[in-house]
Design a protein. Structure first.
Length: 145
């Protein structure tokens, strides 16, 4: 179920430019260059600015803009991997809260379980993303510590 949600968060077939059936298909797409349309789809879904998206991906807004200006407009494998990580966290939040707007609000507000940090700001690193995933797992399973 989470895999399907990740694909939806990335904009589905229309934004990805192909049918994705598995994590291996996503891995191949990341290596070959994730379409910038997927990043834009995720940005619109979260109602965030280009700067906020770039920050969550660990790149500058200028770098993200340059990627979109290339033809074909594709992300580097590193950028695509970070976009996948962000999409995975968004899909997990949607699943945990069972309400997309509530999930997006949660991702953009300071959280006590993260030391009053904003989840989206932690996603630029794998360590930060793991902390957000862990907290979402505890929320989904009603394990508060």
């Amino acid at each position: 179920m989470l895999e399907e949600n990740i694909i939806t968060v990335l904009g589905g077939r229309r934004a990805l430019g192909c049918v994705v059936h598995s994590q291996l298909d996503l891995a191949d797409l990341i290596v070959s260059g994730m379409p910038c349309r997927a990043a834009e789809s995720l940005r619109r879904r979260l109602h965030i600015t280009e700067q906020e998206l770039a920050s969550s991906l660990g790149v500058s807004a200028k770098t993200l803009h340059r990627a979109g200006a290339r033809r074909p407009a594709r992300l580097t494998p590193a950028q695509g991997d970070r976009l996948y990580r962000l999409a995975r966290i968004v899909a997990m939040a949607e699943q945990a809260f069972e309400n997309t707007e509530r999930a997006y609000r949660w991702l953009q507000e300071p959280q006590r379980g993260l030391g009053e940090r904003v989840p989206l700001t932690l996603l630029a690193t794998e360590a930060g993303a793991r902390e957000v995933e862990d907290l979402l797992g505890r929320i989904e399973h009603s394990v508060f510590s």
